[in-house]
Design a protein. Structure first.
Length: 239
């Protein structure tokens, strides 16, 4: 007997958090998106292998890296920064090269990427995990995105002027989520799961918006004609 296709698509928004990776799952049926309870998984591989699998997921992590040190920003990051503009350009972080990711010590990393600062090293935990675990075939369902890029799209391609770490910025983003994903705001304003905070919940909702667009084949890619790195990964951001 042939199994009947499910009447919905399973999607998710995924973002790094102190406890590992925050996952905001949802179901898409027609134009309706119904979010489920968010949860934290300690390892990215648990997200990639989660069952039932996510057909479309927006993930706040880079896929595709520069193999050797050079510019702190990949071509997709440069394009995203130009699109978003000031002040939220600061939300498109520099990405170390693959060689720097594989360096054993902080000193070796700095020798390769002298631009790196304390916050860049703080993010290395998740960047290294993404570089290690995400494989080319994962890009069929996991789309590399960025919260600021997603909110820029949600806002009619107009830049946001507020910080997501301040209350006015949080309220501005919640209003966009309420408009674009009705009902999701009620889920993400609940107490976050252990290992995540309120800002992570808002970021996950932005990733869910991109997953929703991917499920409808409506995403746009930066750049429009992506390149591939030596591991076969597309070097891109989607929105």
């Amino acid at each position: 007997m042939v199994a009947k296709p499910l009447p919905y698509k399973s999607i998710a928004g995924v973002t790094p958090c102190p406890g590992g990776w925050l996952v905001l799952p949802a179901r898409v049926a027609g134009v309706t998106v119904t979010a489920e309870e968010a949860f934290v998984l300690p390892k990215l591989m648990e997200v990639l292998d989660f069952r039932p699998k996510f057909e479309f997921a927006g993930i706040n992590a880079p896929t595709g890296l520069s193999d050797e040190p050079g510019s702190p920003y990949r071509p997709c990051d440069v394009e995203a920064r130009e699109m978003i503009g000031w002040p939220r350009v600061v939300g498109i972080y520099p990405i170390p090269s693959r060689r720097a990711m594989q360096a054993a010590t902080r000193e070796e990393v700095l020798e390769l990427e002298p631009w790196m600062k304390r916050d860049d090293f703080r993010r290395m935990r998740w960047l290294r995990e993404a570089a290690r675990e995400i494989q080319p075939f994962h890009q069929r369902s996991f789309y590399s995105a960025n919260p600021d890029l997603s909110f820029h799209q949600m806002n009619g391609d107009e830049p946001l002027k507020t910080s997501p770490f301040h209350e006015d910025g949080r309220l501005e983003r919640l209003e966009l989520i309420r408009d674009k994903l009705p009902g999701i705001d009620e889920v993400i304003t609940r107490a976050p799961p252990r290992g995540a905070g309120p800002t992570h919940m808002v970021q996950a909702a932005a990733m869910l918006w991109t997953a929703r667009r991917a499920s409808g084949r409506a995403v746009s890619r930066l750049p429009a004609d992506p390149t591939w790195d030596t591991t076969g990964m597309r070097v891109e951001l989607v929105r």
